[in-house]
Design a protein around this ligand. Sequence first.
Ligand code: C5P
Length: 237
Amino acid sequence: MERGLELYSGKAKSMHLTDDPGRLIMEFRDDTSAFDGEKIEQLDRKGMVNNLFNAFIMTRLQNTGVETHFEKLLSKTESIVKNMDMIPVECVVRNIATGSLCKRLGIEDGLNLEPPTFEFFLKDDARHDPMINDYHIDSFGWATREEVVLMKRNTFQVNDILGAMFADAGMILVDFKLEFGRDSSGNLLLADEISPDTCRFWDAETHEKMDKDRFRRDLGGVTDAYAEVLKRITANS
Ligand code: C5P
């Protein structure tokens, strides 16, 4: 498959056109950013680890009945995905309170959330991705009511599948973010990426952070931690 013009370049990934209008090449770069792009660094091998990580998880989800845009690995840092009409919202599920939830609501860091909680955010860097609700999505036409129901259902389904998978590999799935889009027939599919850039994982025994919080909090060993998570989940499959 021929890699064509760059369609879009985000903070950590670039999307490229291909000779097939229905397919794009998703390139995972080594760029790592936090705090709305205020902190940016290049982390050697991170693009490769996240590409392999995402491919493994998306394939597992697909095999468990969650439809995704992922098609196949193309190279160490590239994957082929379906060309989607993206819905401009982020779906976050939290099993343990940390990050922005604690800042916003004054909740104790590390509190077990039973049942897990769900939040929608608008994808809008200039406004720091504000939290929104179902009514905003409906009134502003970002997605239909049916799509809102499906996004929530699918995100909780992913939480069940990944929560069990990470528990089996000795980790706790703390929280994660998903994005959805519509394929050429209008079907809602899971899109974007799932990687240690978009999830939080803690070691089950030590509660050591194994995700992008290592970068956000200057803990060091970022790519090594990502690679360790990948090693644990693939060794266990
Ligand atoms: O920052 P916050 O606590 O709201 O993040 C919740 C989860 O969503 C974390 O796993 C974080 O990595 C992910 N996230 C993301 N992209 C964003 C915001 C949050 O992947 N723009």
